[in-house]
Structure formats: C-alpha cells, structure tokens
Write a protein that binds this ligand. Structure first.
Ligand SMILES: [Zn+2]
Length: 423
C-alpha cells in the first residue's frame, strides 16, 4: 500500500479504524490492518472524513472584495450594482488568478469539491472561459462543477438566452437560473420552464437560484418541482437558497414540501449569506430568512449547505471553511440536537456530494482516496472547534497539512497546553 491512516474515527461513529490506500483508491477500511505502507499517518482518535463539499459558490466573483470599491451598505442590491460596475473591468486572466488563489485556500481546508455558478450575462463569456480553464487546471486536486448562471435574468437580460446555450456548448456542466429576478412572476415561471427544457434536451442537471427573497408569495420552487416531474428530471434538479420558504404560509408549505419530495428536488441553503442578506426590509422582529432546513431533511430531501460568497461584492468575509458554514447553519436553523448537529456536518460533506453527483465519494474500499484528518474527535467537535485540517489527502496523495492548533500556557499549577478538547 502507498498510504495508511491508523486509528481513525469515522463520521458514522466507528473508532480505531485503519484506512489503507493503494494508488488513487481506498482498498481497506478495518481495525488493525495487517499491512505496511510507504507512509503511515497516526490518526488515533482523530475524525477522518471524506472531503468537504461546497454545493453553491460564485468563483467568478471571489476575492474581488474592494474592486472597484467596497459595498458600503452591505446590501444585496448594492452588491448587484457593484458587480455590474466591476464586470466591464474584468479580464479572463484576473478572474482565473483569483479563482486559483481561492482553490489553494479550498485545498488547504480539505474542500475538494465545489459547484460554482458562473455569470453568463456578458457577451464575451470571459468568466466562463476563465473558470473552464481553472476547472481543467485544478482537476487533479479538486472537482469543480460549473453552473451557467444568468445573473441579470434569463429573459430580462438581452442576449442571455443565446449566451447560456453558448456557455453550455463550451462545456459548462449545469443549467442555472434566477426566476425571482425576472420582471414578473409570470416571466420567472416561464424562465423555469424554458431552462428545465434546455436541461432535459441536453441531459444536464439543473441548479437555480430560486426564491432568494423574503416575499412569502415568491413561489418559483413550486414551478421548479412541477417542471421537474413533468420532464422526468427527478433527482437531477436543485433549488438553491429557497429563502422565501422561510416566510411562506405554513398551510401552503404543508402542500409544497410533498411536491418537492415527489420531484426528489435537492436543496441548498447558504446560511452565511441568507442570515446577512435576508430580512433587510424588516424592522423588528427580523426574519432569519434561511429556508426550512430541518423540515426539508425530515421529508427525505437531500439538503446541503453552500458558502455562496467569499470576499466579493456581496460578502466581505469567509475563508473556504465549510465548518464555519455548518456552524452558522446549525445556529440559524436551531439544529442543536445530537442528530441535528450531525446532519449539519453531513450538509457540508455527504449531502453536498449527492447534490453534485460525485462518484467514488466516501470512506469505503473502492472509493477515491480523498480524505481529511481533522483535529477533532467527532463531527460535533469538528463544527464546535472549526477544527484544523491536519492532513488533506487527494487521490492517495497528501496535498495539504496544517499543524495542530495548540495554545501554550504559563499559568502556575495549570496545564502547559490546551487544545479546547475534553481530555
Ligand atoms: Zn448564489
């Protein structure tokens, strides 16, 4: 074998497990593995997880914070205006350079699969070409999936219909949309229909920004679910954000969620962004605005958490840390029960992998040897500590390492070091 991780704790609770790796694959997952490897890593008592997955991101805008100016109000609308000011100044090289810098952060954080929306409302399709190149260059290290995203509206933005098809022709993986940003509710519904038909015709998945508003009557997710069933796209369609569901009438939601389950719709909530952007027109009480995560999970839907933004016109913070995302989601959804906290960890790992349709994801013989050793004993502690990624393994090779976070103390009669764990 080429690499063995010894004594690991797995996300499902098994402890003292050795993970044997040959080439790009995991070949053994068992206690006291009788084998030797060129390199062995002592993971005793450490949580070893498949990589973090970000099911919703905007890599064409990331790390552009401050260009050409900062978002003074911090609102969604000033962010969209600012992105409009920045777009004419963008170059393919600059977009690719920032995206690659972000991929370095992601690799260091054990975030090895990202679904990124890419704005196609630019006749030059600069961002599309830049991110296709980044996808190609990062392929050995990170799975990057691209969504053709008509930021300014599929019907509302002149040329978007043709540009979206052109982006798909160039190799973009997923059909995007933004129905709540079209001029009217009817036009939004028409865009959902048209985009789902494009996906059906091309055999592609769908992932739409859907109902990212506080309007309780914004109901494009209903259309998205109905079109999914009509076109036989069950399991291939994702609704991102769905924040209007937070504000919808409860009776209506009791009918909507079963329809979404029938369509086997995937859901992506973006806790960091939803909690800062939604409820901005409220005085007090202020709505949280995130979609109904525990209720959707209880109905059997796959719900993942996305990061959405890092240091861009919409959000000045973030650092490719999906445990920060899980922690925020846990708080906003009040998911502090034992099972619920584990579900928040799944929302940034296995559930995200299902949304992206990743092959060979997991800790089992035959899976890709893509693993992260965390300075934490279990998924709850990983979220609590936003644990250090001690070792990040991609296709059997250690691609990133961070020393353990340990504070040295000089307090007479007290321990010399703390790691913020119970021992
Ligand atoms: Zn988004």
């Amino acid at each position: 074998m080429d690499l063995i991780l010894r004594g690991a704790t797995l996300p499902d609770g098994r402890t003292g497990i050795d993970i044997g790796i040959a080439g790009e694959r995991i070949v053994a997952v068992e206690p006291r593995l009788q084998a030797r490897a060129a390199r062995e890593i002592d993971a005793t008592g450490r949580l070893v997880t498949p990589p973090f997955v970000d099911a919703h991101f905007h890599m064409d805008a990331t790390l552009s914070f401050g260009l050409p100016r900062v978002n003074r109000s911090g609102t969604l609308l000033e962010g969209i205006a600012l992105w409009g000011e920045l777009k004419p100044l963008l170059t393919q090289e600059a977009i690719a350079e920032r995206a690659l810098a972000y991929c370095d952060w992601a690799a260091a954080r054990g975030l090895l699969a990202i679904r990124s929306h890419v704005d196609i409302c630019d006749p030059r399709l600069l961002a599309v070409d830049a991110l296709l190149e980044v996808r190609r260059r990062m392929k050995p290290y990170l799975d990057l999936q691209l969504v053709a995203f008509p930021q300014d509206g599929f019907h509302r933005s002149p040329g978007a219909v043709e540009q979206l098809e052109r982006a798909l022709d160039r190799g973009v993986d997923v059909v995007g949309g933004i129905p709540h940003f079209e001029r009217t509710m009817a036009e939004g519904a028409a865009s959902v229909r048209a985009l789902c038909e494009i996906a059906a015709r091309r055999g592609l998945p769908v992932d739409m920004h859907c109902d990212e508003t506080d309007d309780p009557l914004s109901r494009h997710v209903e259309t998205l679910a109905a079109e999914t069933v009509r076109l036989g796209l069950q399991g291939r369609v994702t609704g991102s954000h769905l924040t209007s569901m937070h504000s919808m009438d409860n009776y209506y939601v009791s009918k909507l969620i079963p329809l979404m389950a029938e369509a086997r719709l995937n859901v992506v909530a973006n806790p960091l962004i939803n909690i800062t952007i939604q409820g901005r027109h409220d005085s007090y009480p202020k709505r949280r605005g995130m979609t109904r995560v525990p209720e959707l999970m209880a109905a059997g839907l796959t719900v993942a958490f996305g990061q959405d933004c890092v240091m861009d016109p919409w959000y000045p913070l973030g650092s490719a840390d999906m445990l920060e995302v899980a922690q925020m989601g846990l708080h906003v959804a009040q998911m502090t029960g034992q099972e619920a906290m584990r579900a928040c960890f799944a929302a940034v790992t296995g559930n995200g992998a299902r949304v992206l349709g990743l092959e060979g994801y997991g800790v089992a013989p035959g899976c890709f040897a893509d693993l992260v050793v965390l300075q934490a004993a279990d998924p709850v502690e990983a979220i609590r500590l936003r644990a250090t990624r001690l070792h990040v393994v991609r296709r059997g090779r250690v691609i990133a390492e961070t020393p353990p976070a340990v504070a040295r103390l000089d307090l007479p009669g007290r321990p010399e070091r703390v790691e913020f764990t119970r021992e």
